[in-house]
Each structure stands twice: as structure tokens, then as C-alpha cells.
Design a protein around this ligand. Structure first.
Ligand SMILES: Cc1cc2nc3c(=O)[nH]c(=O)nc-3n(C[C@H](O)[C@H](O)[C@H](O)COP(=O)(O)O)c2cc1C
Length: 362
């Protein structure tokens, strides 16, 4: 019996979703000190899973497993050193903007339980670059990093599109030494016109400015929307190649509203979870095909089971991320997916997960 889905979820779902989320992050933030090492170990025993077949070396970083925490869950890095204990193979912090900003007025987060989905219009609420820097500096001495940490960069609410590159550059300069990989987020539907930055003319100056600053030191990725036409994705891939980006994250949330059963289905914002599974996987297929499997893809969107994970891996993703699945299935989801993935590898006589990446294309 799954204690989370049977007992805890029904209770948590009676409360406001943003309040529950805030409570969790706040509690994790408060229990970071040395005196909580025992608790961390307990959590790790419960939710962690290690198997050599799941290890990968990508961009010179060691990923102990392919399942990461998606951006937006721990925007300010308040709980960053917990995510390895919850079993994640990596965690992406942010989206962070140059300065702190409050985001959109609440309510701005909605559960769609009949659809296993979430709609959010948070609008990059976060405490800014300097605060994230402090979080990561402050905690560095406390314990070694166990998993790669990605940092997802955004633009401030009031920055115009033609000046957007300055915000991404500011974030990258400020945090360059604190993350293992960096994400240019141009696909959130909750900052007005942000997704227009996915057009080549606006994306180009961003890629150019960051790569000039980077000089090949850190992997830079771009996170794209599932609502782009295939041709627009191909145009982005052209720029990704020109500017030698390290990979693509597919995908962010969707503004599409497929047939949904839940109340709140018509709320404005980005839809995530089960209704996104298929389109996100299609986008991974497209990127893998277009790049002949040469570009690392982080697959995200509606992963709840090992079957969902397997489809994205065989479509071409070498790494995965989860947000909504964690809300619905609870923290046990990571270990369950990893266990089932390992079984799948054994059944197919594959010795490592990297042998499964893009398998559907061979
Ligand atoms: C409440 C919420 C906040 C999010 N915030 C961000 C964000 O700040 N930056 C970002 O790149 N993606 C953000 N996302 C998108 C997720 O990272 C992910 O791409 C998307 O939810 C699809 O994955 P899922 O179906 O597993 O949730 C957010 C998603 C949710 C549900």
C-alpha cells in the first residue's frame, strides 16, 4: 500500500496547493543543519535507490540516476541539499530572475485531480540571483554535493524582450560558479511575451551573450515550449548548433487545453502532468531525429511511471525531470521509477541506461 496516495495525499489535497508547497520547502529549509543528518539518512534509506546501470556521465558531470527534480519546485534553492536524499539524480533550481519579484497575485496554482494535472501561473516568483548565490554559498561548507545542480535562468517581469539577453547574462554571470549546468528558460507561459524569445532573432543575442561569457566552461541548455510548431523547434535547433549549446529541455508547461474533466481546467496558466505526457514525448522524438541523437535532451512533462520514463528515454532523452508526478504520487515515485527502469534494462539485456536512449529510433 502506498502511504502517500492512501493517507497523506487526501489530507494534503484539502489544503491550498501553494500553501502545502510553501510548507514543505520551509520545513526542508529549516532542517538543513548538521543536527538533521540522521533524518536525512532515514529519508535516503526510504527513497534513495542506487544501481550502476543507471549511472551516466554527461557534460563531464556524474549523474547517479536519470530522474531529476524539474525547475519551479525549489526556485530559491532553499532545499537544494535535500533532493539527493529524496532519490533524485539531479535537481534544477530556479527559475531565478536578476532581482527578487513577487510573481502573479494568488490564487495561481490549481490541482486538476481528475486529469492528474496542475495549472500554474506563478509568474517567476523568486528571491533573485544574489539570494540564490547566498543559499548555495552558505550551504557549500556544510556538506558535499551528491548530485549535479542545474540553475534555470529567466528574465524579470519588466525587462523588454530586446533587453532580455541582459537578464540572462546577469543571472549566468552571478551564478556561473554555483551550478553544474544552466538553462535559458524562454518557455514559461506566465511572463508576458516570454515565449516570443523562442524566435531566432531574439534567441540569438541571448545565446551569443551567454556563450561569450561562458567560453565553454559550463553546459548551457535551452528549455522549450510544447506549444511550438515543429518548424519553430527546428529553427531553435539550428541556433543550438550554431552556438554550440549543450542540450535542450523538452518541455515546459502547455497553454493548450485538451479535453479536461477537472474544475479549474479553464484557469489561465501552464498545464502540466498527464495531459502533457504525449506532446512532450513527441517533441523529444523530433529533437532526437533532427540532431541524429547527437544532442543531450532532458525529457520532462507528465512522467508518472517507469513506462512514461521509458517512452521518453527511448524517444531520445538521456535525462528526465518530474514535477507534477511528485505532487500526485509522492516522494516514493523516484525510487519506484528507478527500480522498474532497472528491471526493464535487465529484461532487455541492456547493461546501462544510456544504451536505451533513442532506442525507438533504431
Ligand atoms: C507550479 C509549477 C511551477 C513551475 N515553475 C517553473 C519555473 O519556474 N521554470 C521552469 O522552467 N519551469 C517551471 N515549471 C515547469 C516544470 O519544470 C515542468 O517543465 C513542467 O511542469 C512539466 O513537467 P511535469 O508534467 O512533470 O510537471 C513549473 C511547473 C509547475 C507545476
Amino acid at each position: 500500500m502506498n502511504l502517500y496516495t492512501t493517507f497523506l495525499r487526501p489530507l494534503l489535497f484539502t489544503y491550498d496547493p501553494e500553501w502545502v508547497h510553501h510548507l514543505l520547502i520551509q520545513k526542508l529549509d529549516q532542517t538543513k543543519g548538521k543536527e538533521f543528518q540522521g533524518l536525512k539518512q532515514l529519508i535516503h534509506q526510504q527513497f534513495g535507490y542506487n544501481h550502476l546501470a543507471l549511472h551516466q556521465q554527461i557534460w563531464g558531470c556524474h549523474f547517479p540516476n536519470p530522474v531529476g527534480l524539474a525547475a519551479g519546485f525549489d526556485k530559491d534553492g532553499l532545499a537544494w541539499n535535500w533532493w539527493a536524499d529524496f532519490g533524485f539524480g539531479f535537481a534544477e533550481l530556479g527559475t531565478v530572475t536578476p532581482q527578487a519579484q513577487p510573481g502573479n497575485p494568488p490564487p495561481r496554482l490549481f490541482r486538476l485531480p481528475q486529469d492528474q494535472g496542475v495549472i500554474n501561473r506563478m509568474g517567476f516568483n523568486n528571491q533573485g540571483v544574489a539570494h540564490l548565490q547566498q543559499q548555495l554559498t552558505h550551504d557549500l561548507g556544510l556538506e558535499k554535493r551528491k548530485i549535479p545542480i542545474g540553475i534555470n535562468l529567466g528574465k524579470g517581469k519588466n525587462t523588454t524582450l530586446d533587453q532580455a539577453w541582459r537578464d540572462y547574462l546577469y543571472g549566468f554571470q552571478g551564478l556561473k560558479n554555483y551550478g553544474d549546468y544552466f538553462v535559458i528558460n524562454v518557455s514559461s507561459p506566465n511572463t508576458a511575451n516570454l515565449r516570443d524569445l523562442q524566435a531566432q532573432a531574439l534567441l540569438k543575442p541571448i545565446f551569443e551573450a551567454l556563450q561569450q561569457e561562458n567560453l565553454g566552461q559550463k553546459p548551457l541548455l535551452v528549455k522549450i515550449s510544447p506549444d511550438l510548431e515543429n518548424q519553430a523547434i527546428i529553427n531553435i535547433l539550428e541556433l543550438v548548433t550554431t552556438y554550440d549549446l549543450a542540450g535542450v529541455i523538452a518541455t515546459n508547461t502547455t497553454i493548450a487545453r485538451p479535453e479536461l474533466k477537472s474544475a479549474y481546467a479553464q484557469e489561465i496558466g501552464g498545464l502540466s502532468g498527464r495531459p502533457l505526457t504525449r506532446r512532450a514525448t513527441e517533441v523529444i522524438h523530433l529533437i532526437y531525429q533532427q540532431t541524429q541523437g547527437q544532442l543531450p535532451i532532458i525529457g520532462v512533462g507528465g512522467i508518472f511511471t517507469a513506462e512514461d520514463a521509458w517512452e521518453k528515454i527511448t524517444a531520445g532523452a538521456c535525462l528526465l525531470q518530474i514535477y507534477t508526478g511528485w505532487v500526485y504520487q509522492g516522494p516514493g515515485i523516484v525510487k519506484k521509477i528507478l527500480l522498474d527502469l532497472t528491471e526493464k534494462l535487465t529484461a532487455l539485456n541492456l547493461s546501462t541506461i544510456s544504451q536505451a536512449v533513442g532506442l525507438a529510433h533504431r
